[in-house]
Structures are given as structure tokens and as C-alpha cells.
Unconditional design. Structure first.
Length: 334
């Protein structure tokens, strides 16, 4: 697909799932900008990577105001304009909570009504868009009454600046309380979570959210399916210079990337991937799609060939029979 194609491709091999219990359908593999945009991708490379994702059938693109201090939304907005895709052809999401203004009362690490109503305007201005499809609360805010958060988010949806709203890294109890407040006051309810899920991080999605999935059909657009790159196997021989582990500000990940016990768990997956004819990354991404709560798996990349490789996971999903899935999980068991 050329950069100015009329819309993202519809790939017959790509599955499109409902976002939670809504009627909105999102590609099972999606493209996000955390870490990479601005730090590793300039606008042109972002365009190229998003075009490659679109070629693979991706219709869902995720962002957050806090990514690169707002620059990530700007870059993605410019890329979408350059690609020329009509607005109806893709799903655009962003997250608010952390803010982009340091040490400013009411505008940092909060979900108070003032902040939320101004934060969505800031995001839309950076995107150069009229609305986002999903606006997530990037964390819950213990200092703002939950009822205030629910009313403000519902009002944003009613205003047309967001089509749906969701949560990110909230507890199951916080989600349940928000849904109950919305139902009691006939407000727009949150419809999806965005939380970490991968072969090494399973408890929250599989255990803690089990009841809200069953009770509400709550969705999840999960992030870090590769455990920040650990599940690619590229840290076997140290931290590559062009990897996330070498970026300034991400030193907190380096301990994990040099943990020999973790690396050994990853290496136990390699024979399985080799037998299936796929990469470790494709195996791990495909595995993450198997959970019924997962609406979409957000992938990231700093190179076009990484996008192509990641989205190749759609061809691996049919190979993950119950027997292979059990083998994968047994291989990485602590």
C-alpha cells in the first residue's frame, strides 16, 4: 500500500473483534506509539510504519498525551494526514492522566473534571482531529471522587469528542464501581481496559478481571505483549544499542533484560517457534490473542520490518492449538 492509499487494507487473514461489548470492531493486532514515537521514530518513519501496519489490516492506532510529552500525538496526527486515510476507516485512541505540564496544580497526575475537559482538547489539537474513538483514563485517581471522573468522561463522550471511554491499569474494583455509577445515573459507561498482558504478566487479565469480563463483557486492548521486548529473544547476548533497553529514561528495564533466569525462560520457547516456523515475537504476540477478553494486542516497532514481522503473527494464531498453547505456557512457567 502506498503512503497515500485511500484507507487501511482489509486483510482476510486479520481478525476484527468487538471492543468489549460494543459494536466497534478493532483489528486483533494494533499499532501503538509508546516509547518509539519521537524517541526512535520521526514523522517520516512513523508514516512508513503506520502504512505497513495498515497494509497488514490494522485499523486501530493507540497513543497517549504523556508519550514524549505530547509529541507522539503530534507525530501520529501528521502521519494520519499524510497517509490520507478517511476518518471512518481507522480507530484512534489516546490516554489522559499524567499530563504534559510539570508541577502545575490540577493538570498533572489527576482526573479532576477541569483537567479532563482540557486534556481532551489538547489531545485533539495535537492530533488535528475532531474526536478520538476511545479516550482512556491512563490510571485511576485516588484524589478525585470516582463519581466526578465518570460524569466528566461521560460528558466528553456526549460532547462528541470521544466515541467511547475506557480505563488503563485500573483495579477490577475501580472498574466495577465506575460501571455501577454510570448505570445508576444513566451515563456512558467505560467499555474497555488497557493493561499489560504477556506470557510473563498474566495474573491481572486472567484472574483479577475474570468477573468483570463475565459480568460486563468488558474489553481489553492489551499492551506489552513482548514484555518490553524481552520475549523477542534479542537480549540473549546483552542489550543491543538500538533497542529500548539502551534508551535514556528506560534504565529501569535493564535489570530485567540482563536477568539470566528470565532469558532462560524465553529461550525455552525457541524450539517451539522454530518448529512452527515463526519468530519468538510472533509466537508471543499470537499467544496473547488467545485470551477471550483480549479485543486487540497493541504492538510497537521502531522499524518497518519490525511492523511486518509483528503483524505476521496473524498467520501463527491458527497454529496455536490447545496442545501447543499448553506447551508454550509450560515452557515459561517459573
Amino acid at each position: 500500500m502506498s503512503q497515500n492509499a485511500t484507507q487501511p487494507a482489509v486483510n482476510p487473514n486479520m481478525e476484527y473483534r468487538r471492543l468489549g461489548n460494543t459494536g466497534l470492531k478493532v483489528s486483533i493486532l494494533s499499532f501503538g506509539s509508546w516509547v518509539t514515537f519521537d524517541t526512535q521514530l520521526d514523522t517520516q518513519l512513523a508514516i512508513d510504519c503506520m502504512a505497513a501496519a495498515g497494509d497488514a489490516g490494522c485499523n486501530f492506532f493507540d497513543n497517549a498525551e504523556a508519550y514524549a510529552g505530547g509529541k507522539s500525538e503530534e507525530i501520529m496526527g501528521k502521519a494520519l494526514k499524510e497517509l490520507g486515510w478517511p476518518r471512518w476507516s481507522y480507530v484512534l485512541t489516546t490516554k489522559v492522566f499524567f499530563g504534559i505540564h510539570d508541577n502545575v496544580p490540577n493538570m498533572r497526575s489527576t482526573l479532576n473534571r477541569k483537567y479532563l475537559l482540557q486534556a481532551i482538547d489538547g489531545s485533539l489539537e495535537r492530533f488535528d482531529q475532531d474526536f478520538v474513538d476511545v479516550l482512556y483514563c491512563h490510571r485511576c485517581d485516588p484524589d478525585t471522587p470516582l463519581e466526578e471522573i465518570v460524569w466528566a468522561m461521560s460528558d466528553i463522550v456526549s460532547s462528541g469528542k470521544a466515541t467511547y471511554w475506557g480505563t488503563s491499569e485500573w483495579t477490577a474494583d475501580e472498574i466495577r464501581a465506575a460501571v455501577e455509577i454510570a448505570e445508576r445515573h444513566h451515563l456512558h459507561k467505560p467499555v474497555t481496559e488497557q493493561s499489560q498482558y504477556n506470557l510473563f504478566e498474566r495474573t491481572t487479565v486472567e484472574k483479577r478481571y475474570a468477573r468483570i469480563t463475565e459480568d460486563y463483557g468488558y474489553g481489553n486492548t492489551i499492551w506489552s505483549p513482548l514484555a518490553s521486548g524481552l520475549l523477542t529473544g534479542k537480549y540473549k547476548d546483552g542489550i543491543p544499542d538500538d533497542s529500548r533497553g539502551s534508551l535514556p529514561g528506560y534504565e529501569w528495564l535493564q535489570g530485567r533484560f540482563t536477568d539470566q533466569a528470565e532469558i532462560a525462560r524465553v529461550e525455552k520457547l525457541r524450539p517451539i517457534a522454530d518448529r512452527l516456523g515463526c519468530s519468538l515475537a510472533q509466537l508471543s504476540i499470537a499467544w496473547a490473542t488467545l485470551h477471550p477478553m483480549v479485543s486487540s494486542v497493541i504492538t510497537g516497532a521502531s522499524k518497518v520490518d519490525q511492523v511486518v514481522q509483528n503483524f505476521g503473527a496473524v498467520d501463527v494464531i491458527p497454529l496455536l492449538t490447545p496442545e501447543v498453547k499448553a506447551e508454550i505456557e509450560a515452557a515459561v512457567a517459573p
